[in-house]
Design a protein. Structure first.
Length: 197
């Protein structure tokens, strides 16, 4: 039986994970990016503001949290105010992966491949308790659930909840914008004054 399995050459996420662990700790994976040859501070600030206000998430949902991620794009919540409404069908066109749902061992190689195909700079939001820590499926008998997507790929922002509301994901995107630029609202939206009429 063991010979048959070896002949099938089944792909195991554990081999890729071991290679990644050699490069860094699973929760603190670092992608090596040498950066530009010349650094211009003003140009970098302008590029960071542009990146933060035009995040293109990848069309990628694993479980029930993906429904809340879809709601975020609807008129009631309107993520287009923050420049993140362009969900791209290809990882080569996206710079944000929102891991919405449970990551199983069978899905792990696909998640890592999609992340590897995204161009630099790339960001990851872990949405929901399942993506953060395995959620309600984290039990001894359930051996195929990965307890946190940060064991596979580096995560920038965690959005807790089961499932988190669309407002929570919008807050996560605002936190990611803050992480990219260092400012809460890099490009201020239309402000309504609190002054009485």
């Amino acid at each position: 039986m063991a010979e048959e399995k070896s002949l099938l050459k089944t792909h195991s996420y554990s081999l890729e994970l071991e290679e990644r662990v050699k490069r860094g700790q699973p929760g603190d994976l670092v992608e090596y990016d040498p950066g530009p040859m010349v650094r211009l501070q003003l140009a970098e600030k302008i590029l960071d503001v542009c990146r933060a206000n035009s995040l293109w998430p990848m069309t990628f949902g694993l479980a029930c949290c993906a429904i809340e991620m879809m709601c975020m794009g609807m008129a009631r919540f309107d993520i287009s105010r923050y420049g993140s409404e362009v969900f791209r069908p290809s990882p080569r066109q996206a710079d944000l992966m929102i891991v919405a749902g449970t990551v199983n061992k069978k899905m792990a190689p696909a998640v890592m491949t999609l992340y590897d195909q995204m161009p630099f700079p790339k960001y990851v939001i872990a949405m929901g308790n399942c993506a953060i820590s395995g959620g309600p499926f984290k039990v001894k008998e359930n051996y195929n659930v990965i307890e946190g997507v940060d064991k596979l790929i580096p995560v920038d922002v965690y959005v807790p909840g089961c499932p988190p509301r669309p407002e929570g994901l919008i807050e996560g995107i605002l936190k990611l914008q803050e992480k990219i630029t260092g400012v809460r609202h890099p490009f201020p939206q239309r402000k309504v004054s609190d002054a009485p009429n």
